[in-house]
Design a binder for this molecule. Structure first.
Ligand code: GDP
Ligand code: IMO
Ligand code: MG
Length: 430
């Protein structure tokens, strides 16, 4: 029986989604991105060779897997064509494997300038965005003035729409941020040449997915960012500008919610976060440094150091609910190998009260103090382990305890960055 499976992040991103999508798509006919843009950085390591994908779905290295970019994604032609040429130079036939939704939003240089100007103006209150123009592009979409892929087929209308957009953003850049304007002519001339390369890839993704479903093919949906970066359900305002949670699969592709069979939540064995915002279990000590070092916790795209902390079951229980998670994929267990004690947060202390659920007002999260349970570390190597039998008993204890606290089973355990460093207890497609 065919299955449609979602893989998404349950924390603040960088949980290891890319590795899992690359691994599991061996059994899928298609891999689909449904939100975000080139703010994502998804790392695949195959036989030691590293590939970092930003806009491309993580199935792109597989022959026979059709990749799609859905309408919920914001696509920068500059970033897309650069990534495409990097991959094609390595022999990956992107033009053959990838198709883009005609309803996908176009991210323009204006969005990047506004994103960066706004962050600068916010000073200490900055969000810590990736500076890729993601927020301003989604704003234009919601304001109904954005440009979409389908506009690439009507150059006259495109020119008019782009001119209006350029005027709007230039007014803001000049008068509000006191920055130089960016000429419409320069942007349009460049875009016209880019359009020629992108146009052949534009299709009705919704119809293609529906056809795959009719043909009883497996489809894998790849989330970017993570649950807590969701614009509605995350730690607002320190979030990204799209819905990153499971509902976005349907709105970002046109694949209806009842067609989805399973939602797998990828979670690190600890927590990381890049950018600003509350993080109750953040570690500012030597253990935090050790985790960052062993986990190589630096952004895959921006190179920024990631903040590290203990596993937070309160946040995870929220991720389980909002995504209707079927199971978990636990990654980076090996990073904890040397620790003698491992802590897990299972509740918060907030103004004398004990909270087991995430407070709705996320400003309150700043004031929440984690209440920890302590577990003994296994202090032996789990790196690259591929069977549960070879897992140290204390590591197995840790995993079972997380399952109990989160209320969902761990179906896959990742024990290293390589595709092969994985224990699959239950394959989502079989
Ligand atoms: P994504 O954005 O969710 O796809 O994750 P990133 O690629 O940004 O970050 C995950 C990082 O952890 C990458 O450098 C991966 O190569 C690495 N990684 C993934 N799984 C494991 C694991 O189980 N152990 C270790 N040590 N590294 C891992
Ligand atoms: P992947 O897909 C981690 C964070 C930024 C910032 C906030 C808003 O690799 O997990 P944006 O540029 O989106 O407006 O920034 O969101 N952020 C990510 N953090 N992983 C990502 O993607 C992220 N994409 C955005 O650091 O805090
Ligand atoms: Mg990443």
């Amino acid at each position: 029986m065919s299955k449609n499976v979602v893989i998404l992040g349950t924390q603040w991103g960088d949980e290891g989604k890319g590795k899992l999508v690359d691994l599991l798509c061996e059994q899928a006919a298609a891999v689909v991105r449904y939100q975000g843009g080139h703010n994502a950085g998804h790392t695949l390591i195959i036989n030691g060779e590293k590939t970092v994908l930003r806009l491309m779905p993580s199935g792109i290295l597989h022959d026979g897997v059709q990749c799609f970019i859905g309408n919920g994604v914001v696509l920068s032609p500059d970033a897309f064509l650069q990534e495409m040429s990097e991959l094609e130079n390595r022999g990956v036939p992107v033009a053959q494997r990838l198709r883009i939704s005609s309803a996908c939003s176009v991210l323009l240089p204006y969005h990047i300038l506004v994103d960066q100007a706004r962050e600068k103006a916010r000073g200490n209150n900055k969000i810590g965005t990736t500076g890729r123009g993601i927020g301003p592009c989604y704003e234009d979409k919601v304001a109904r003035r954005g440009i979409r892929m389908m506009d690439f087929f009507h150059l006259d209308q495109l020119s008019e729409k782009l001119k209006a957009l350029a005027d709007y953003h230039n007014f803001q850049l000049k008068n509000y941020f006191q920055q130089e304007e960016l000429s419409f002519e320069i942007v349009f001339e460049k875009l016209k040449t880019q359009i020629e390369k992108i146009r052949p890839l534009i299709v009705d993704v919704t119809a293609r997915l529906s056809a795959l479903k009719q043909a009883k093919k497996n489809i894998l949906f790849e989330g970017a960012q993570g649950t807590l970066l969701d614009i509605d359900l995350g730690t607002y305002p320190f979030v990204t500008s799209s819905n990153t949670t499971a509902g976005a699969v349907s709105t970002g592709t046109g694949f209806g919610p009842r067609y989805i069979d399973a939602v797998l939540g990828v979670t690190k064995a600890y927590v990381t976060r890049v950018g600003s915002g509350p993080f109750p279990t953040e570690l500012h000590d030597e253990t935090g440094k050790l985790i960052a070092e062993r986990g190589k916790e630096f952004g895959s795209v921006t190179g920024r150091p990631r903040r590290c902390g203990w596993f937070d079951a309160v946040l995870m229980r929220r991720a389980v609910v909002v995504n209707s998670l079927s199971s978990l994929v636990l990654t980076k267990l090996d990073v904890l190998d040397t620790l003698s004690e491992i802590k897990i947060c299972n509740a918060y202390r907030y103004r004398g009260e004990i909270l087991r659920d995430l407070p709705m007002d996320l400003c309150d999260l700043e004031a929440c103090e984690p209440i920890y349970e302590s577990m003994p570390g296994w202090q032996s190597s789990t790196f690259g382990v591929t069977t549960l039998e070879n897992m140290p008993p204390l590591a197995k204890n840790y995993i079972s305890h997380l399952e109990k606290l989160c209320g969902v089973p761990v179906d896959i355990i990742s024990t290293g960055p390589d595709r092969d460093h994985t224990i699959i207890l239950k394959h989502p497609f079989t």
